[in-house]
Design a protein around this ligand. Sequence first.
Ligand code: TRP
Length: 336
Amino acid sequence: MAKTRYLTGITTTGTPHLGNYVGAIRPAIEASKNPDIESFYFLADYHAIVKCHDPKAIQQSTREIAATWLALGLDADNSVFYRQSDVPEIPELSWVLTCMTAKGLMNRAHAYKGAVQENVAVEGSDPDKGISMGLFSYPILMSADILIFGGQKIPVGKDQIQHVEMARDIAKRFNHHFGETFVLPEAVVGDGAVLKGLDGRKMSKSYGNTIPLFDTSKKLQKSINKIKTNLLEPGDPKDIDDSTLFEIWQAFANEEQTQYMQEQFASGIAWGQAKKELHALIDNEISEARERYMHYMDNLDDLEATLLQGAEKARSYSKPLLAKVREQIGIKPLNA
Ligand code: TRP
């Protein structure tokens, strides 16, 4: 049976946190070990520059994300792990697709529309204030990412479903006009949990409520101590519903451990104690990976070499496909 090809990109802004781990990284790494699946995972650094114009931050985030995925045990034999900017066929295909994409389709993209609406809400402001062409055409670059490798299943968060549907539309249009070229991709909404952050809202860099994944063990405890709880005293029974702490516990616990904590809540565990136990639970799951992470971060030559190897593997797929695309659109040797 042919393997199903999974492909997903990670925008290289920010430091990986527990929410990223539980929601995306852990399930993706599990999938990379499944023999029925072929995974393409990449660092979307050309996507990162849409919003972030700080070169140091881009480079640092790329290091941290690469080191995180490798440290957590991505199966390098069964997957292709690369940096978008190392695959020049992606931006090249992106231009070709740009020429096949209706502007009206891009007008409908939620991210762009949202930015316009925010502007319009401010009286007298230009609707396109602060909106770059990069933001506007972002879904086309994302389509090129997917289509160049024939990605079939695209694990994404809910906010990205529309972009995958656009990639599908663009692929169909190209296939219709120039002949069968691209596989039609399909979004799969991650089976990972959506984790709450320190303040009880969704854990997200933009809310500043994250718990970084690979801080030192001591800093991890400090972050955990900041998880919002209530004023119930030790001995007071506590409710697991609406408890951020319990929810995070659950994301790391097996059934038995979940039941254990449920009982602890009912019998009035002190918040301080629960936070200590949560720290121990998480630390147990990630401490070996943390060592490997630190090793990569101290050996950036190795990290760079690993990415370049991944790019070579990736390009063994992207080069022939781009050659085919160029041929189909009539960009070819004059005597051919
Ligand atoms: N836009 C995605 C995000 O912000 C990241 C991304 C870039 C991506 N290219 C992709 C995801 C291709 C899936 C497939 O989350």
